[in-house]
Design a protein around this ligand. Structure first.
Ligand SMILES: O=C(O)C[C@H]1C=CC(=O)O1
Length: 96
């Protein structure tokens, strides 16, 4: 199943710099691993915001929840999920 996910990040200003750097490094590795697996298909920065728009391709709601709640930045994110399905007018065969 495909999901459109928006992640707004809000890291507290008083988080120690080394802790922040550690979380960001773990977040990057976690996200890249899922991209290599094909589960995190797209990630885009939202211009002018510390936020991203992503497309995830996972088995079901339970797997999506497991992945999102495992994000190192999860405690500092507001996440919105929209489930997607193929549009009847879509012409790309390799995109569902
Ligand atoms: O920077 C972000 O948008 C938050 C987060 C999501 C993946 C990643 O590497 O960082």
């Amino acid at each position: 199943m495909l999901y459109h996910v928006t992640m707004d990040v809000n890291i507290p200003r008083d988080l120690p710099a080394d802790e922040r750097a550690d979380i960001l490094a773990r977040e990057k590795a976690y996200s890249r691993d899922l991209q290599r697996q094909g589960k995190w298909r797209h990630i885009w920065r939202v211009a002018g915001q510390y936020a991203n728009v992503s497309i995830l391709d996972v088995q079901d709601n339970a797997e999506l929840h497991e992945i999102l709640s495992g994000l190192p930045l999860f405690p500092f994110m507001e996440i919105k999920v929209t489930p997607l399905l193929r549009h009847p007018s879509a012409i790309r065969e390799d995109d569902s």
